[in-house]
Design a protein around this ligand. Sequence first.
Ligand SMILES: Nc1ncnc2c1ncn2[C@@H]1O[C@H](COP(=O)(O)OP(=O)(O)OP(=O)(O)O)[C@@H](O)[C@H]1O
Ligand SMILES: Nc1nc(=O)c2ncn([C@H]3C[C@H](O)[C@@H](CO)O3)c2[nH]1
Length: 217
Amino acid sequence: MMIVLSGTIGAGKSSLATILSKHLGTEAFYEQVDNNPVLPLFYADPKKYAFLLQIYFLNKRFESIKQAMVDDNNVLDRSIYEDSLFFHMNADMGRATPQEVKVYDELLDNMMQELPFAAAKKAPDLLVHIDISYDTMIKRIEKRGRDYEQPEQDPSLVEYYHNLLGRYDGWYDDYDYSPKMKIDGDKYDFVENPDDLQKVLDQIDAELAKHRITANN
Ligand SMILES: Nc1ncnc2c1ncn2[C@@H]1O[C@H](COP(=O)(O)OP(=O)(O)OP(=O)(O)O)[C@@H](O)[C@H]1O
Ligand SMILES: Nc1nc(=O)c2ncn([C@H]3C[C@H](O)[C@@H](CO)O3)c2[nH]1
């Protein structure tokens, strides 16, 4: 099985990836964040670094997907489809040129076409989307405390985060690469409340059973 988590910044993907992989006896694959040398550069100067950051994420994401496909049973803490959402939003904000968008889209398309040669399937078995409100997003970003993500330090991030959340709504509705489900990340504190965690795991188990998704399939 391959389960992919989606959601905005601070939604709880990494946290749930750890918990869920333990619950299912699978391996978790994490997004490259704290050891990503381009991310702080991007937040300091988005216009200069948006394209480079995107190529960085694309490369790392592809590496994870290929590894995840070889190992077969795993949970990924963000989908490759969301990278494109980020980049197109940044491009619409004037941080990437139409030429950069064209190169990125064609490269992504080309790389996705290669995936079937690396493994039997290229879409995940299930997408688990963690849905949170703007207020929760800000609380979680503050709780985690990465300097460059704090709106207090850079007020332009308020608009950036609102835009991002808005895009995610339409993105989830349109997503059709695999079965999908939503977790209410405002309602369930699956990090600190064991009862909430159990409810979230029950919801995911029920969805896996509904689609007959089991380890090694
Ligand atoms: N459901 C939750 N209840 C309470 N705290 C949470 C919840 N989900 C995440 N958190 C906390 O919010 C912060 C961000 O969570 P996490 O790093 O898992 O998010 P993420 O979706 O992986 O973020 P990013 O996309 O930026 O990597 C962490 O401090 C985590 O402990
Ligand atoms: N510009 C841009 N494009 C992406 O594809 C992308 N994927 C993640 N991120 C940023 C969001 C969090 O700060 C941090 C962790 O998710 O990395 C991205 N930023």
